[in-house]
Design a protein around this ligand. Structure first.
Ligand SMILES: C[S@@+](CC[C@H](N)C(=O)[O-])C[C@H]1O[C@@H](n2cnc3c(N)ncnc32)[C@H](O)[C@@H]1O
Length: 294
């Protein structure tokens, strides 16, 4: 199985790991970032979260030699509550490597890939009930159009939504691809934006990020770091704006003394090197942003 952790060295460098520190990986995946953190700890501890049980199983095997790690099958929106219940109120560093992993895309029965004819699923947490099949076969035209527009910035949202209603029942990914193929307007695969939109909606990705970020930010110690990797502009916009409000003083028309901001930038924006993109084309859209607590 091919799985390459994106922006690994850059993330670890940004975290500036203290060997006795407490770290949290909110998106364990197959454990690439976690393993690199654990390698640097000596006396420190790592807490890791993932909502995907399959990923957790594989990551547990990978990290089995480390005793200073605890893994939770949970959505990271609950991370603060879970950590508090472990007696953890402050941490030295947090990693968020958002979205789906290449492992989930390659596991074709999960329904994330439009390149195979598979059931319409797209749940990251398959203990939850809402699947792409339910959304596509039961939501109204207006609801589908809104999902495609909001989370996929799809130009033909209305036409695609109408065609879906007229083609019901949709059973597999190719039933959807047949429809998007008719309305292809941009470069790349016709279904890319509709699939992205459905995945974001089904996993409630944007709302969860907006909810979780302030909570986990409130747990960072002085000189602690949060490093967030995003893969599309909707997520990046949220992270960028939130970090800007924490690091940059708003421009005021009235003269005032400078205000002490709660965080400072590590670097505003880090993107993968040409070599990384060549070795792992999926890293192309990744953006890493990291800030440090003052
Ligand atoms: C890009 S992968 C992480 C890869 C990981 N950094 C590595 O090195 O293997 C994203 C992971 O985050 C998980 N995930 C995404 N959103 C989540 C959420 N809200 N709560 C918990 N896990 C989430 C996904 O299930 C997936 O396994």
């Amino acid at each position: 199985m091919k799985h390459i952790t994106v922006l690994l060295d850059e993330t670890i460098e940004a975290l500036n790991i203290k060997k006795e520190g407490i770290y949290v990986d909110l998106t364990l995946g197959l454990g690439g970032h976690s393993e690199a953190v654990l390698e640097k700890l000596d006396g420190g501890f790592l807490y890791a979260f993932d909502q995907d049980l399959n990923a957790i199983k594989l990551a547990k095997e990978r990290l089995s030699k480390y005793k200073n790690v605890k893994i939770f099958h949970d959505n990271f929106k609950n991370a603060k509550k879970v950590l508090n219940s472990e007696g953890i109120y402050e941490v030295d560093g947090i990693i968020m490597d958002l979205g789906i992993s290449s492992y989930q895309i390659d596991d074709i029965k999960r329904g994330f890939s439009y390149l195979h004819d598979v059931p319409l699923d797209m749940r990251m947490d398959d203990t939850k009930e809402l699947t792409a099949e339910i959304v596509l076969n039961t939501y109204s035209k207006e609801q589908l159009e809104t999902i495609f527009k909001l989370y996929g910035e799809e130009l033909n949202s209305a036409k695609i939504a109408t065609e879906i209603i007229n083609s019901r029942p949709l059973k597999t990914s190719y039933d959807l691809v047949k429809i998007t193929d008719k309305y292809k307007t941009r470069k790349g695969h016709s279904a890319k934006r509709v699939f992205q939109a459905l995945r974001i909606y089904i996993n409630n990705e944007i709302n969860v990020l907006e909810m979780a970020l302030p909570e986990v930010l409130s747990m960072i110690k002085k000189d602690g770091v949060i490093a967030v990797i995003t893969f599309h502009s909707l997520e990046d916009r949220i992270v960028k704006e939130m970090f800007k409000n924490l690091c940059e003083e708003p421009f005021l028309k009235v003269p005032t003394l400078p205000k002490k901001m709660p965080f400072r930038y590590y670097k505003k924006k880090i993107t993968p090197s040409k070599d990384e993109i060549k070795n792992n084309p999926r890293s192309k859209s990744a953006i890493l942003r990291a800030i440090i607590k003052n």
